[in-house]
Design a protein around this ligand. Structure first.
Ligand code: HEM
Length: 425
């Protein structure tokens, strides 16, 4: 394998970096922790302490970059652009949509979505965990949370893909830009009649909650509600499906840890947290510097765009011992706080805009992974399968073709272990 380029000559926009960013993180942290990328005039921060500082100093680092990066496709302001009382109030409304009593209903829906999607593959003994299962599963779960019709999931997923491409592209051609904006317009046209219907006939879903909620005594406009629906749709689906696939990849690559999780599914939260630390699906979080700022001797000018490199920060030896190893037993992981505001890893961000869906993501991935483990007995890569990841902003496997010996069939409630006795190990 060729030696990684020295940080001084490396471009984070290069194919070499895109092929495997993890090979370059140590050089960036050590030699260019504030890396300037001239082509897009932006700064890339790779040290854990610097990333944490940017994400928690809300006065000095704002989310104004989202006016250009997100607003055109979100059709309005998303949570990350809000501050103060408005942010607290609207964040609370969103969070109630997938916690407490709402979560119990959603866990049932998660199991039944997973059971239905897995059914055609179980007897075949082969599944692409990304394309056959993870992507449709994560979109369908998000549609359930919002209260959108799952029968439309393919169309909604295609529009969602265009919206996500706009937000997560570091460079975008004029043609792709037009395509993304077109997806956003179609998605908005689909959502407006749904919003009108939920205003007349509220249900128990997040869209109805958003329609009924008031801020400062005033109900949210259709535009505000649309932006928050898109906010959840885009934020929830993609990182969840990537995390699920990465979890299985790491466990397959570490058979001892896979055996430990099979023997004790109580270890799943630690395995998910370590997956998020080791290979966070959201790799970049953008901010704008309000003032000239110094990072250990390197200056960032006022107005500059700063990208927090979550993958590099999570592998900083100043924050984690032996950071390049995947070890769900690592003493510095702190599983109990890994899905809270006190998390040491930065996969959910940190500070005021830390992921609102972290606890839900844990419940979703833990539930489905606990179902999959006994079903996918003797799980291994399919013969000839070549593993490849893509993405600079969000990153995950292109596919994950797995062979397995069909194990325990799901029972009537969709829970594993309620059907035939299996040979789970
Ligand atoms: C493993 C799965 C997930 C990962 C790794 C993840 C990651 C992140 C990150 C890094 C941020 C911070 C962005 C910033 O600071 O600008 C964020 C924010 C957010 N996430 Fe997640 N996310 C996940 C799942 C979810 C789910 C399941 C939902 C909803 C059900 C969700 C909803 C949101 C929302 C609404 C925000 C904006 C919060 C705010 O600005 O106050 N996420 N997420």
């Amino acid at each position: 394998m060729p030696v990684p380029a020295p940080a001084a000559t490396l471009s984070v926009l290069s194919e070499e970096f895109a092929a495997d960013p993890y090979r370059h993180f140590a050089a960036l942290r050590e030699q260019a922790p504030v890396h300037h990328e001239p082509e897009i005039d932006s700064y890339f921060l790779s040290r854990h302490a610097d990333v944490k500082r940017v994400l928690t100093d809300h006065e000095a680092f704002t989310t104004e970059t989202l006016q250009l990066r997100a607003e055109p496709v979100m059709r309005g302001r998303v949570l990350a652009q809000m501050t103060g009382a408005e942010h607290t109030a609207k964040r609370k409304i969103v969070v109630r949509g997938f916690t407490g009593p709402a979560l119990q209903d959603q866990l049932r829906a998660i199991r039944s979505n997973a059971t239905a999607l897995l059914a055609p593959f179980l007897h075949r003994g082969r599944i692409d965990l990304v394309n056959d299962f993870g992507r449709p599963f994560a979109v369908q779960v998000t549609l359930d949370v919002l209260g959108l019709d799952k029968r439309d999931w393919r169309q909604l997923a295609a529009w969602h893909h265009g919206v996500a491409e706009f937000i997560t592209s570091v460079t975008l051609t004029p043609e792709r830009r037009r395509h993304c904006l077109d997806c956003a317009e179609r998605l908005e046209a689909y959502l407006l009649p749904v919003i009108a219907e939920r205003r007349r006939h509220p249900r128990e879903d997040l869209i109805s909650r958003l329609c009924a909620a008031e801020f400062d005594g005033v109900a949210m406009s259709d535009g505000d509600v649309t932006a928050l629906i898109l906010n959840v749709l885009v934020a929830a689906a993609e990182p969840a499906d990537k995390t699920l696939a990465l979890l299985f990849k790491h466990l397959i690559d570490h058979p001892g840890q896979l055996a430990a999780v099979r023997a004790d599914p109580g270890l799943l939260p630690a395995a998910i947290a370590e997956t998020l630390r080791h290979t966070p699906p959201v790799q970049l979080v953008p901010r704008r510097a309000r003032y000239d700022t110094d990072f250990g001797g390197t200056g960032v000018p006022a107005g500059a765009t700063v990208f927090c490199m979550i993958g590099a920060a999570n592998r900083d030896p100043e924050a984690f011992t032996d950071p390049d190893s995947f070890d769900l037993h690592r003493p510095d992981l702190g599983t109990a706080r890994s899905f809270t505001a006190a998390a040491q890893h930065l996969a959910f961000g940190t500070g005021l805009h830390q992921c609102v869906g972290a606890a839900f993501a844990r419940a979703e991935i833990e539930t489905v992974a606990a179902m999959l483990l006994p079903l996918l007995d003797e799980v291994r890569y399919s013969p000839g399968f070549h593993y490849r990841e893509t993405g600079l902003y969000t990153r995950g496997p292109v596919s994950l073709s797995l062979d397995f010996t069909p194990g325990t069939a799901p029972g009537p409630g969709g829970r594993p272990g309620e059907g035939n006795p299996g040979r789970a190990k």
